[in-house]
Design a protein around this ligand. Structure first.
Ligand SMILES: *[C@@H]1O[C@H](CO)[C@@H](O)[C@H](O)[C@H]1NC(C)=O
Ligand SMILES: *[C@@H]1O[C@H](CO)[C@@H](O)[C@H](O)[C@H]1NC(C)=O
Length: 462
């Protein structure tokens, strides 16, 4: 069959001779008829597969395929979460002071912009205090505005150190009102003042089921869980950011069951002793135990995204029951400190931030916070909704001893200071006067910093 076909195609010309295309022969040019002819003539049709195909025109796919290297696992996420803290297109702003431990406590600092010292910038970066929602990438170097609320919060931090009594504080307010910035400011103050700082940048990361977890031996009813990989990274960050302070203090308890450290080992040695994630949680626990002994530096323990740790987590226990976030031991450690169950004999602060614009309604947390806020203002205490069935006693216990601090818009004077800073950085061309400041302040939802940035720097961010 095959040979017969082949023979036929040899015998019969596949297209009429008259339609053959002959090469143009240039005078004097040498050529070979055979090869040029066979290149010009279409291939013989042997079966229907050789018929000219109707090509479907696709304009989208495969039009211009250029080999692009696929990003490695985690690369896209890293790009999305990348923090850029300087921008060479911005003008350096002269004449602003650098932050010091005392700066943010002083009334005179209200409404002023300060530069964060480079050393602290590195520590804050290690602790993951900077967020992608903030506009650091537009300026030459990181600065922040000290607001009225900043001074109030920092004064409370200072008092907690003086009185050796922990500040337990929940920051609340609308979206983009500066809660995460207030946490960053508290961290800066603590780092400058020789505290140990521990920061959980996103409560969500602990409860959304995206990090490994393992049950803790001998815990039943309810079973408790450690998150080894998360804890390992956290421990390394704690070590890197707090090394100079941790090196100054020797261990007081015997941790020989956990690690074989020499006599006279320091807190830094302890933090460094966990070489595998399996030992991360026991080591964090040991470090925390040491830090809460008398004679240690004050501790600042902060968490952003409180609502995410005051709920049922996305984890399941081996019998497929839901796991309450408070049964994750790292969360537990934070919650116990926030509720006052763990005392901080050297002073210090536990600060959590939560947005009022969470997509999910969180009845227990909202109720407690509104009750605390009303109590602080000597107003009538809101009552629980009798029809609400989802109140969670554990959330109430976690929050009942905290001080609620509300962050909303900045004042007009503070807005003016911010806009002058933006102007000096070359980002705002408007002439600054009472009218333009008022206008931006109003457009930014009465001084909501994030909204003002959106209004004034919008073109820059796109
Ligand atoms: C630097 O600032 C300019 C505006 O001044 C902005 O367009 C650019 O995106 C910024 N660069 C980065 C890397 O954010
Ligand atoms: C956030 O919530 C407040 C009050 O609950 C509301 O006034 C504001 O418009 C909300 N903001 C956004 C961006 O949803």
């Amino acid at each position: 069959m095959a040979s017969a076909n082949a023979l036929r195609s040899l015998v019969r010309p596949s297209i009429p001779v008259s339609r053959r295309i002959y090469p143009i022969v240039l005078a004097g040019a040498s050529f070979s008829t055979g090869s040029t002819l066979s290149a010009a003539a279409p291939p013989p049709i042997k079966n229907r597969r050789d018929l000219p195909k109707k090509t479907k025109k696709t304009y989208k796919k495969n039009a211009n395929i250029v080999a692009v290297k696929k990003p490695n696992p985690g690369e896209r996420r890293a790009f999305r979460k990348r923090i850029q803290l300087s921008n060479n297109s911005a003008l350096p702003v002269q004449g602003l002071d650098e932050l010091s431990a005392e700066t943010m406590v002083e009334d005179a600092s209200k409404g002023k912009i300060f530069a964060i010292p480079d050393q602290v910038v590195d520590q804050l970066r290690t602790l993951e205090a900077f967020k992608t929602t903030q506009t650091w990438n537009l300026f030459r170097r990181p600065h922040f505005l000290v607001r009225q609320e900043t001074v109030e919060l920092m004064s409370r931090l200072r008092d907690s150190k003086t009185n050796k009594e922990a500040l337990k504080c929940v920051l609340t307010g609308s979206r983009l009102s500066g809660k995460s910035m207030a946490i960053l400011q508290a961290m800066s103050h603590a780092l400058l003042d020789g505290w140990v700082v521990i920061h959980i940048p996103e409560g969500q990361d602990l409860t959304n089921g995206n990090t490994e977890y393992s049950p803790i031996a001998d815990t039943t009813d309810p079973m408790q869980f450690a998150q080894p990989v998360y804890c390992f990274k956290l421990l390394q960050n704690i070590y890197k950011a707090n090394k100079p302070v941790l090196e100054q203090f020797q261990l007081q308890k015997d941790w020989s069951k956990l690690t074989n450290l020499k006599r006279g080992a320091t807190l830094a040695d302890l933090a460094l002793s966990a070489k595998e994630s399996e030992y991360a949680w026991p080591t964090i626990h040991a470090l925390w135990t040491e830090l809460t002994l008398p004679g240690r530096p004050p501790v600042l323990f902060t968490l952003d995204g409180l609502a995410h740790i005051n709920k049922i987590s996305d984890y399941r226990d081996p019998s497929f029951n839901e796991v309450h976030a408070h049964d994750l031991v790292l969360v537990r450690m934070f919650v116990d400190a926030l509720s006052g169950k763990t005392e901080l004999p050297n002073g210090g602060a536990i600060i959590a931030a939560t947005s009022e614009n969470n997509s999910q309604h969180h009845p227990s947390q909202e109720l407690v916070l509104s009750q605390l806020e009303a109590g602080q203002a000597s107003k009538e205490i809101p009552k629980p909704n009798p029809y609400e069935r989802k109140y969670d006693e554990r959330v109430y216990d976690a929050l009942k001893n905290s001080f609620v601090m509300r962050l909303e818009g900045v004042s007009k004077e503070e807005a003016r200071a911010l806009m002058e800073y933006w102007g000096a950085s070359g980002l705002v061309r408007d002439v600054l006067n009472a009218r333009t400041v008022s206008q931006k302040w109003a457009l930014g939802g009465h001084g909501n910093v994030g909204e003002m940035e959106r209004v004034a720097l919008m073109t820059m961010r796109m």
